[in-house]
Design a protein. Sequence first.
Length: 396
Amino acid sequence: MNAFSSRIPGSASPNALALALAKRRALGLPILNMVESNPTRVGFERLASAFLEPLARAEDLGYAPEPRGLKRPREALAAFMSRAGTAIRPGDLFLCASTSEAYGWLFKLLCDPGDAVLVPKPGYPLFDYLAGLECVEARPYPLDYAHPRGWLIDLDAMEAALRRGRVKAIVLINPNNPTGSYVGEAERRAVLDLAGRYGAALIVDEVFLGFPVESESGYSFRGETSVLCFVLDGLSKLLGLPQMKLGWISVSGPQGAVAEAEGRLEIIADTYLSAGTPIMNALPSYLAEAPAFAKMAGARIRANLASLRSILEDRESPHRVLRCGGGWTALVEAPRIDSEEELALALLAEEGLSLHPGYYFDMASEAYFAVSLILRPAELEEGARRYRSYFDRRLA
């Protein structure tokens, strides 16, 4: 008898790259992690008191369970979000522990077992697990790349996936990770039309929205009224504070649909009550620090991308850095002299570089590697030079 749920896959064996990384660490050999995306590990300078003192309030010792989150933090968050031009009501906000939890809540809200949500490909591999835990199918729709224009949603493929039926939501990542592509205005109108015609809600992850690189900052879906729309964000990227565990959902759409969705979502939120009182009370103070972090992180991201292009791209170079509209990741196209996994293993063994190959993100072809743009600039430059040196030797 199998005592375990089929929603949870069995323990997967580590792949060859994971095994090689573990062996290198065990031997004490140096590793330059070119995919470090944890903002607490890349040397962003913070004034500790700005983030620790707001967590030491007398009211934090009390407990007033509110399914949507405490009122004062939601009011502050609504005011902060409304500065972008679209009025957000505190009552349309739900606080939770993270955007991952928000996805779980929304899949519960919208889907029965066997239903589907559309997710972008390439994309972050977490969706298969998040959907699987709710007995929901993560059905992909492709993003296509053309240089130098960048990435576009394959709208015909999206509609074909909708026609297969049982799709309750379209997931948009705005901008996407790892492609860095914002949803363009024409794409926005087309997706809204498809969602309306096929009765699908939108779940829009905008955690990287405020970090434009080679594009203007994209237009937020917050406050969209034509279809039921849930927009996600949180402290993890907005302030580079993943350890503080606070995310939120902004709900909008047709009035009747919003009222029913919020009533049902309140039941889910009340069941979990996952957002902690100290971090909710600290939120108004934290939001005041968001512009400074966006400026600091944005300057590093843009400078790092420029360095990456300077080192890897010239008239004779076989390397290409794909267009990066926004976010914290760059994709580098490499000459496919071996498979991505073989190249990743060789880069680790010969240059001490840890890189994520494109197949981690379901890239349609090889060879691509993801590089974090929030690395310390000196580390990114050193890693890029080692990366190019490896290929120069192989291609000589």
